[in-house]
Structure formats: structure tokens, C-alpha cells
Design a protein around this ligand. Sequence first.
Ligand code: ATP
Length: 292
Amino acid sequence: MLDISSLSRSYDGTLVVDDVTFRVTPGRMTGFVGANGAGKTTTMRMILGVLAPTSGQVLWNGSPITTGQRRRIGYMPEERGLYPRMRVSDQLVFLARLHGVDRAEAARRARELLDHFDLGDRADDVLDTLSLGNQQRVQIAASLIHRPDALVLDEPFSGLDPVAVDAMASLLAKEAGDKPLLFSSHQLDLVERLCDDLVILSHGKVVAAGSVDELRGTGPDRYRVRLDGSDAAWIRGLRGIEVKDVDGGTALVDLDGITPSELLSQLVAKEPVAEFTRVRQPLSAIFREVNR
Ligand SMILES: Nc1ncnc2c1ncn2[C@@H]1O[C@H](COP(=O)(O)OP(=O)(O)OP(=O)(O)O)[C@@H](O)[C@H]1O
């Protein structure tokens, strides 16, 4: 269990991470989102210990994290940091060796990851001869090379095409298994699809955190209603709802003091109902709301 506890960081007296607290639960993918400059990278650097917090701490299984435990985190830094002129496999073996993995195991693990990532035939190529997307895959492989106990990945999916994103995401989920996995992203649709939990940062503060399901359920109690008839305008006259939109036989309504069954009863009393669906907020709406 990885806990970020009241972490703050200031630069020249300006707080850029402000009392940030959240949990990265093992076995659940946690997405870390926020506008440019919100403080995601700074927070991740403090988790890894490459940047000292002004105050607060990082806990591993309830106790302040040690240097040894930090070394067991797989980190993909924003600035990346592989050697462009080094062969792909040599690079992975080198990184594994830095983590204390013996040479034979490092070579085996590098081969295994490259095969998983469909890069087996590029193992002996120099990194910068690979496409940017494939270099990105190698970066992800590098964060996994020492079989880490947790993963902290800064924008791991940037630059990948949608098919590669899905492939990488399922490999990451498999590799992470029941370990904590935190990743930052600007791609909200992707975060919504992949993550179990979400932390939204705005101007250095956590403005929303929880399971994606919980967060999407926090908006208005909104329903889409499709009637058999061609004009749903009459529902504006019903009590206990606020009609947001009417388009032919379809209407979007927020409940305002009545239950869904009460609304449905009022509707069917007048006309057959072809569809009655709860509309959950997309993540993009929550994101806009908290960043206002
Ligand atoms: N070394 C530094 N010196 C001064 N200010 C810094 C330094 N590093 C980061 N900052 C500032 O801290 C704030 C947070 O930056 P950070 O990189 O953590 O945001 P971010 O959420 O990762 O942004 P992005 O999504 O654009 O990568 C920004 O205002 C940035 O300018």
C-alpha cells in the first residue's frame, strides 16, 4: 500500500504541491490527472525521493518509506532517460543490473518483456532507430525490468496509438498484478476506461479522489427518456424534475425532489416509454467542473 500523506512542495515560496493526500491501492490502477502545471510530476518525484518534500511524507504499508523500498518502485520519469544510442536489450539489462539483478536473470527478463511488448525482433537495435511509440514501449519495459513492488509512471501512454495503448494497458495491469500502480495522463477518455481509482489535482491540491464509479456518480441525478411519441415537450409540465433538453421524442431530465420510479410512473401514465436510462457524468465533465 502506497500512501501519500500531506505532501507539499514549494519553489521560491510558491506552493506547487499543497497538502496532497491520497492512497494508491494495490491491485487497482490509479489515474493521476490535472491540467498542465497542476503538480503531478512534482508529486511523483517526491514519491520516488528524487525531490524532497517541503513537508509531508510517503508511506509504504503504513510506515515512512525507506530508500530500499523506493528502489523497488518501477518509475517512468517525465524526462524519460534511456540512452538513445544504446541497444534496446543492453539498455534493459544495464538497468536491471543497477537494481541488483544478476546478469542471466536480467537478460532473461529483458527478453521476456521485449517479447511481451512485441519488440523481440528489435532487441539488438539501437534505441533511437525505433519509432517514438516503440521507444515508449521500451520505456515502460524499463520500469518493469526489476519486477518492482509498485509502479509510478509519468504519462506512460503519451505518443502511443489507441491499439498500442490497449495492449500496453493490459500488459501493465498484468505485470502490476496486486501491486500499487499510479500513472499520470492527460487523456481523460483513456483514464476513464483504464482506471479503477482517480486523483484529480488542480493548482497543487487534490480536488477530487475516489473510484471512477463513485466520481462519475457524483453529478446530477440525470436520466435520458425516450418516449414512443414524437414529441416529448409535454414532460416539461411534470413536477419534481428539471428538463435540460428536449429533442423530438427524447428528453434529458435532472430529478429534483422525486425518485426515478416516481418519474417513470408519471411518464408511463401518459405514454409508453421506449428508454429510461441513468446518464452518468463523463470524466471530462467532472474535470471541467473541478478546474473551474
Ligand atoms: N524546478 C522547478 N523550479 C520552479 N518551479 C518548478 C520547478 N519544477 C516545477 N515547477 C513548477 O511547479 C508546478 C507544477 O509542475 P509539475 O511539472 O509538477 O506539473 P504537472 O502537473 O506535472 O504538469 P504537466 O501536466 O504539464 O506535466 C508548475 O507551475 C511548474 O512550473
